[in-house]
Design a protein around this ligand. Structure first.
Ligand code: AMP
Length: 218
């Protein structure tokens, strides 16, 4: 089953996607990662995208459609898909449906991860990544702390934080989520394609609950 994570920033979409990908070999399409790759390329478009991300705002829907179509076209369609961070607006839901039709990808089930703002903010501010292997860590979580403070367990290089994981940007991203993305939950629910999980639980418990759901609904 293809799935879409619908959740506020900091709810754990990326972590759960990584866990599912590692265990079941999903295609993991992180919209944020697609954008960050464009930013790292140093292109003019990348610089424009960076300015918008840093402000905690959303990238234009038409541009997102183009980037997602390109990314999805390059992936192996025999594997299931995890959509992480796309669609994020009502317009993007329509675009995503058009993309699925065009590429003959089965429409996904929405997994809504519920979280309180305070917890989400703490998780987002504690997030660290390895610039080399991209492994994610969290300094506030015993399960996701690096063995040596600030250093990747696998690559032995210094961990970095995302530019937009600061309090000001997080507040803006959370507001944008409430305004633009939360309405999607109703859309998926009305279509009978929504399941909800409590993202306050620790990631291994949450992961087993999601696995159980996926197993029952193969
Ligand atoms: P994420 O990695 O999912 O937290 O996304 C980081 C940032 O990328 C967001 O705060 C937005 O600025 C941008 N972004 C990610 N996904 C989308 C999307 N589907 N539509 C527009 N902007 C997005």
């Amino acid at each position: 089953m293809n799935i879409i994570f619908l959740a506020a920033p900091g709810a754990g979409k990326g972590t759960l996607s990584d866990m599912l990908k590692a265990k079941y070999g999903y295609n993991h399409i992180s919209a944020g990662e697609v954008l960050r790759e464009e930013v790292s390329s140093g292109s003019e478009l990348g610089n424009e995208i960076k300015a918008i991300i840093d402000k905690g705002m959303l990238i234009d829907d038409e541009l997102m459609k183009k980037l997602m179509l390109k990314k999805l076209s390059s992936l192996d369609k025999s594997k299931n898909f995890i959509f992480d961070g796309y669609p994020r607006t009502v317009v993007q839901v329509n675009h995503y449906k058009e993309i699925c039709k065009e590429l003959e990808i089965e429409e996904a089930y929405g997994i809504y991860l519920y979280i309180d703002k305070d917890v989400a903010m703490k998780r987002a501010l504690g997030r660290r990544n390895c610039p080399n292997c991209k492994r994610g860590y969290n300094i506030y979580s015993d399960d996701f702390k690096p063995m040596v403070e600030g250093i990747c367990d696998d690559c032995n290089v210094e961990l970095i934080s995302r530019n937009d994981d600061n309090e000001e940007s997080f507040n803006k991203r959370f507001d944008t989520y409430l305004k633009e993305t939360e309405p999607l939950i109703k859309i998926f629910d009305v279509e009978g394609k929504l399941v909800e999980f409590d993202a306050l639980k620790n990631s291994s418990k949450l992961f087993s609950e999601i696995e159980e759901f996926l197993e029952k609904n193969k």
